[in-house]
Design a protein around this ligand. Structure first.
Ligand SMILES: O=C(CCCl)NNC1=[NH+]CCN1
Length: 330
């Protein structure tokens, strides 16, 4: 089997992407954030306090003839950006892009943090990290990809995220029409459960490529690109008026500045992020100061190759043994 579904940016700066999924019988359609940086599938639900729901679609297990309570099981998750949620667990039929998993663990939120309440177009997350990261207790649950794996034509899913446009996620096949040339693969270290791999180096604008291994995680659930401070300062040194603002919590610059491109390596291949992707957003709607899409990872303890980097490539997440990740030019 295979599946294919849209990845729709939820606002005008691509802060996150959502994908239509169906849960239950008859199908309830929700828009969920497919997140390779976590491994819980959770949804706004009939159990979420109405004070914490602001426009989101909800899953009501009571309205599904195929829902089953996973008795005695709970979950609680905290994301790298400080957001979080917690609740109980049902199993039910779950589909993405025509690919169905029966009795998928669907984690129903009983509490969500304010940033999720404020994100009206996001109804929950589908974790696509390794199932070892799943927070359901007393027994952890499998991700949608792990459940679908036995029925997939190929043990892969792909991400084709786009700048200010709708892209796609495919399951079980690699669509040759979505990239040119060949996919370059590199090994993944799956502990503790992220898609952890190395970049082979980087270049700022037209500068020389610096060959240096940079370990981090490819994370569709993180908006920006977070790299070591030395690389980030070298980048913003090329931007007139750029500064690392304590007030705004990162590098800002005049919106009129000319930004260089940023190139990253995967083995011998090179992927260039256009300057426009790094001119991320105005710090407020009428401001002429802009916030960068490349920021320092020093506060995170991990480098994160988020959407700003991933949308510059066609990315193959391969669940083979051993797992690997591949990047193609598009
Ligand atoms: O939590 C992380 C970073 C893991 Cl190091 N990514 N996934 C995500 N989901 C919602 C916000 N961020």
């Amino acid at each position: 089997d295979t599946g294919s579904a849209a990845a729709v940016p939820i606002n005008e700066v691509d802060i996150a992407y959502v994908t239509p999924v169906t849960v239950g019988t008859p199908p309830q359609t929700l828009m969920l954030d497919l997140d390779t940086g976590s491994s819980d599938l959770w949804v706004f639900s009939s159990l979420t306090p109405s004070s914490q729901v602001r426009g989101q679609e909800i899953y009501s297990p009571a309205k599904s003839s195929t829902s089953k309570l996973l008795s005695g099981h709970t979950w609680s998750i905290r994301y790298g950006d400080g957001s979080g949620s917690r609740g109980t667990v049902y199993t039910d039929n779950f589909t993405i892009g025509g690919l169905e998993v029966e009795s998928q663990a669907v984690q129903t939120a009983q509490e969500v943090s304010s940033s999720f309440t404020q994100e009206q177009s996001l109804d929950g997350l589908v974790g696509l990290g390794f199932s070892t990261l799943n927070t359901v207790r007393p027994s952890s649950q499998l991700t949608f990809f792990d459940n679908a794996r036995p029925k997939l034509d190929e043990e892969v899913f792909t991400a084709d995220l786009k700048y200010h446009a709708t892209g796609s996620y495919d399951f079980g096949f690699i669509d040759r029409a979505k990239y040119t040339g060949n996919i370059t693969y590199t090994p993944v270290q799956q502990s503790p459960g992220y898609w952890t791999h190395s970049l082979s180096g980087y270049a700022v604008g037209s500068g020389a490529f610096q060959s240096t291994q940079i370990q981090g995680i490819s994370d569709t659930g993180t908006t920006l690109l977070y790299l070591p401070t030395a690389i980030v300062t070298a980048y913003y040194r090329q931007v007139q008026g750029a500064q690392n603002s304590q007030y705004y919590g990162g590098y800002v610059f005049p919106c009129s500045s000319t930004l260089p491109t940023f190139t990253f390596g995967i083995e011998g291949a090179r992927f260039t992020i256009p300057a426009s992707y790094i001119n991320y957003t105005r710090i407020s709607p009428t401001s002429s100061t802009c916030y960068g899409g490349l920021q320092s990872s020093s506060g995170l303890g991990i480098n994160i190759f988020g959407d700003v980097a991933l949308k510059a490539a066609f990315v193959v997440f391969s669940g083979t043994n051993p797992p690997r990740i591949g990047f193609g030019t598009k």
